[in-house]
Design a protein around this ligand. Structure first.
Ligand SMILES: [Fe+2]
Length: 379
């Protein structure tokens, strides 16, 4: 039985599972040569079918990594932001309208569009919750029979952080943290504050820069921007640092007063910029370690599975491995949204269709490859 998983906005990807085993998985950017390709993964889907030597008619289930109709929370957040400032409201509404018209409603047309392009098929199409797909991408292909699962990203439909527990083929959500409280959006806002580009996926530059600095602004970030209440929870104060305004390189007077002017793109990097990066990185790490302490207490599990874009932060992951109470950690290599295509397929196979787990992901080489033979241009 073939199951296809799809990610279509940002890091578009396709994954194909046959009888519970991964056959192929690829990001669309490998074919389009456009980094973080956003849109339907036409080429990646075709690649998966080719790898298996099948047509779309052989696929019984197609699962998408998103429930496009959950927009209520985003609309509510946009309205709430009106109480804070008109700029903040506009930054949200502009993006909201663009997303709805260009992307989310388009998802409802996928089943018909796939049949029209790839041929007739009786597949059943499902829309799955984004963070459950992240969770499945880590737990269901991990070596663990049971584990705590922690997924953290910019945002899914409305959830930004999911605490769950996996046992056998089942993933049980325990707690969801929703917009506007997002670890990924916090880090992206700092990325633009430092003159980098969150849309280009520059967060790794902040992580790298952090190593050169001292956490001089730690108290400011932990008291005024990304806070915990000691109850294994966190909050982002969007009045101080707002992700949507940061997208336009707009920052509050409070941020500028505490940290100095934002770095303009291309401006030389100073010690102050290094210290801002170091402070934001350390606050992120400390908050995540605090959250994981709570998850460990709640589940009693010794193993941990991680996914979601923030799980690309390898410095944070190093501290999780060394300092969290978990003894074993499995991190989905495609921790970002591309990995959700894989998660959607396994969530369907194991949790929805209740088939036992027969696959462990012990490498990440599931995409296009080439041989070692190198020929010259005239060859
Ligand atoms: Fe995500």
């Amino acid at each position: 039985m073939y199951i296809l998983g799809l990610t279509t906005l940002g890091d578009a990807a396709a994954s194909l599972v046959c009888d519970g085993k991964l056959v192929a998985a690829a990001e669309e950017e490998r074919f389009s040569r456009v980094k973080h390709h956003s849109g339907f993964p036409y080429n990646a889907l075709q690649f998966c079918l080719n790898q298996a030597g099948i047509g779309i008619g052989d696929v019984e289930h197609v699962s998408l990594y998103w429930k496009p109709w959950i927009l209520g929370r985003k609309a509510a957040q946009a309205l709430k932001s009106l109480a804070i400032s008109m700029d903040m409201f506009r930054a949200r509404v502009d993006r909201g309208v663009a997303q709805v018209s260009d992307s989310y409603l388009g998802m409802l047309k996928y089943p018909r569009m796939i049949r029209r392009r790839y041929g007739p098929s009786g597949f059943r199409f499902r829309y799955l919750e984004h963070h459950l797909c992240h969770a499945a991408s880590a737990f269901l292909v991990s070596p663990f029979e049971s584990a705590a699962i922690f997924t953290l990203d910019g945002t899914g439909e409305e959830t930004t952080t999911l605490f769950s527990r996996g046992q056998g083929t089942r993933i049980q959500p325990l707690k969801r943290i929703k917009l506007p409280h997002s670890l990924g959006q916090f880090y992206s806002a700092v990325t633009n504050l430092l003159g980098f580009d969150m849309f280009g996926g520059d967060e790794w530059k902040v992580m790298g820069l952090a190593a050169y600095g001292e956490p001089e602004y730690y108290d400011f970030f932990s008291n005024r921007v990304l806070t915990t209440n000691g109850n294994y929870d966190f909050r982002v104060n969007i009045r101080t640092l707002d992700h949507h305004l940061a997208k336009r390189y707009q920052f509050s007077d409070e941020i500028i007063g505490a940290l100095g002017p934002p770095r303009r793109p291309g401006e030389p990097i100073s010690e102050r910029h290094q210290n801002i990066a170091s402070s934001a990185q350390k606050v992120l790490e400390d908050v995540v370690l605090h959250l994981l302490e709570g998850l460990h207490k709640q589940t009693g599990e010794e193993s941990l599975c991680l996914a979601g874009g923030v799980a690309f932060n390898s410095v944070m992951n190093g501290r999780i491995i060394n300092e969290s109470p978990f003894k074993r950690v499995f991190i989905q290599p495609a921790a970002g949204d591309a990995g959700c295509s894989l998660g959607a397929a396994f969530l369907t196979h194991n949790m929805i269709l209740k088939n036992r787990r027969v696959f462990e992901m012990d490498h990440a080489y599931w995409g296009p490859s080439f041989s070692n033979e190198i020929r010259d241009g005239a060859g």
